[in-house]
Write a protein that binds this ligand. Structure first.
Ligand code: FE2
Ligand code: FE2
Length: 218
């Protein structure tokens, strides 16, 4: 399969799972314990993990274009962290009062950290995780607007979402370049499926435990 045909196929198979996840993220009425503040605190964990994983991968990827894409992403996710922290401060949560890693890293982080090759990382991380973030963030934006929080909605719509879109597109560009053998394509397919499987498990656990849907992505 040409890289172009492969990426089109991955787009199609991902879309199916992403639609399911998107529907689950907006299913039902938001629980009474849910608030923009609580969801922003959860977002800090996604952002710090996304930044750290990109930083780790940068050091382990030999390709210059991959290093640069990951460096850009690590910086963007760190910027998102700070912007969310500032927004939380405006909502009376003092900066530095939340330790997003107090309970350790998520299973998704551990999974991504264990991926050994460029195509796996790009497929699971940038291409798939970032498209998931786009869907999650949109559900969060809608929730913010329903709560009358136009400022948080604006932050996500105007600053964070365009960055996540860019990360996803970087993933596409790199897959078109590097997913060029049947073996690499199969590895990329498996890695992307792993991200989606974990995302579904995480979403289900969060929903059962705390009634949380509408949480933003990275
Ligand atoms: Fe991102
Ligand atoms: Fe982000």
């Amino acid at each position: 399969m040409t890289p172009e045909a492969f990426v089109a196929e991955l787009d199609r198979t991902n879309r199916e799972a992403l639609e399911r996840l998107g529907a689950a993220a907006t299913a039902g009425e938001p629980g009474p314990g849910l608030s923009v503040t609580l969801l922003l605190k959860l977002a800090l964990k996604n952002e710090i993990e996304a930044s750290e994983i990109a930083g780790r991968w940068m050091g382990r990827s030999p390709e210059i274009d991959v290093k640069l894409a990951l460096a850009r992403q690590a910086g963007d996710e760190a910027k998102h962290y700070r912007l969310i922290e500032e927004r939380l401060a405006a909502l009376d949560v003092p900066p530095g009062s939340v330790d997003p890693l107090a309970e350790g890293y998520t299973p998704l982080f551990q999974y991504l950290a264990g991926l050994e090759t460029t195509v796996e990382r790009v497929a699971a991380g940038q291409f798939t995780r970032e498209s998931l973030a786009l869907i999650r963030n949109q559900a969060f934006i809608d929730y913010c607007e329903s709560q009358g929080d136009a400022e948080t909605a604006r932050l996500y719509r105007e600053i964070i979402q365009p960055d996540e879109e860019h990360h996803h597109e970087l993933g596409r560009k790199l897959l078109l370049r590097y997913a060029d053998t049947p073996e690499r394509q199969e590895a990329a397919r498996r890695a992307a499926a792993g991200t989606l499987r974990l995302a579904e498990e995480i979403q289900e656990t969060a929903r059962l435990r705390r009634g949380i849907s509408r949480a933003p992505g990275c």
